[in-house]
Design a protein around this ligand. Sequence first.
Ligand code: FAD
Length: 396
Amino acid sequence: MSSHPKPPPFDVDDPAGIDDQLSQDEKDVRASVRQLVGQVAEPYVADWFERGTIDDPRALMKSFGEMGLLGMHLEGYGCAGMTAVDYGLACLELEACDSGIRSMVSVQGSLAMFAIWRWGSEEHKQEWLPRMATGEAIGCFGLTEPDHGSDPGGMRTRARRDGDDWVLDGRKMWITNGSIADVAVVWAQTDEGIRGFVVPTDVPGFSAPEIKHKLSLRASVTSELVLEGVRLPASAAFPEVRGLKGPLSCLNEARYGIVWGAMGAARSSLYAALSYAGDRVQFGKPIAGFQLTQAKLADMTLELVKGELLALHLGRQKDAGRLRPEHVSLGKLNNVREAIEICRTSRTILGANGISLEYPVIRHANNLESVLTYEGTVEMHTLVVGQALTGLAAFR
Ligand code: FAD
């Protein structure tokens, strides 16, 4: 019989021993991001959420840039060139603070920067990527419109040629970072199909009114983009890509980050509930000692570690060049759906205190309502998986 070393003691902070699957470098990335978030966002985020505003989003973006978190998985042009797993771990730590903070970084790196990095001309890349990587320039990504969300192929925003120029007219809706952006990647119909445009936000005819009265993702800027006769040079268009392939390739990047990020919101809520349950005494003992509470805690832990393992697996696949969009759909569908359930169940453990902003739980649960919808709704990802399984598209 071979002798095995004794397993380490059970670690409440790593209940399935997943940390063993990470390299020291990966753990260091995670620790650095956790530390930074603890300094620049965590102490303030509940207040930002309550007031529906981030005090100084430019300074926050720059602090993320200084750490190399913006476009961190891209190569060249001042980007950090880290792995997909590193990027995922960063997303998890950012979203353990708040989904709005993770959204700010995701939209910058995975939507706006990735779009320029993947589809832009050399001139676009040189002009924007280095400044976006440091956070000096902020980007947004305009795909959704008031009448076209899950089905962006029907978008009405139009770019027409006028001599050598392009002229853009239309409206985009629900655009993260819109009002604070220096550059907008805007997708529009043209005579040659859907094309992407790099739009500096100080051009005449462009405006980005902020959307107010949100009860979710309140620590995040969300805006409308209004384009009225926006005149751009011929060079503003992405040179090659045509059709929905362009925007969908970018969404796939951002969705990958969400697979990890959602588990951060879930982790934060679960540990708030665990701590609360140990302190809160009812019927003469801590509520953590009741079987019904333990069943909730055990089930939530199970879904958390399953989600984390799935994220790590997909990250390793991405680093090996084996990740397909359907895999990302599986991950986003499962992890956001389970994360919101974990937040809601944690909320029940905190009783009335669960609805207070003094604890992170209701904030995370409300935020995840947006995360459930953006970057492809639950229904869309279900249909993607359904099509992959059956070969039959059920979108229309
Ligand atoms: P709809 O498409 O109208 O869907 C409404 C409901 O109908 C959903 O439940 C949907 O699943 C369901 N449905 C639709 N079609 C079908 C079908 N065929 N079968 C079954 N069910 C169906 N967009 C951007 O471009 N850039 C951004 O930066 C951005 N940031 C966002 C930030 C926030 C806070 C939010 C809330 C949204 C953001 N979005 C952004 C928009 C987001 O991507 C869209 O909201 C999303 O794609 C869904 O579109 P919709 O809201 O128009 O819903």
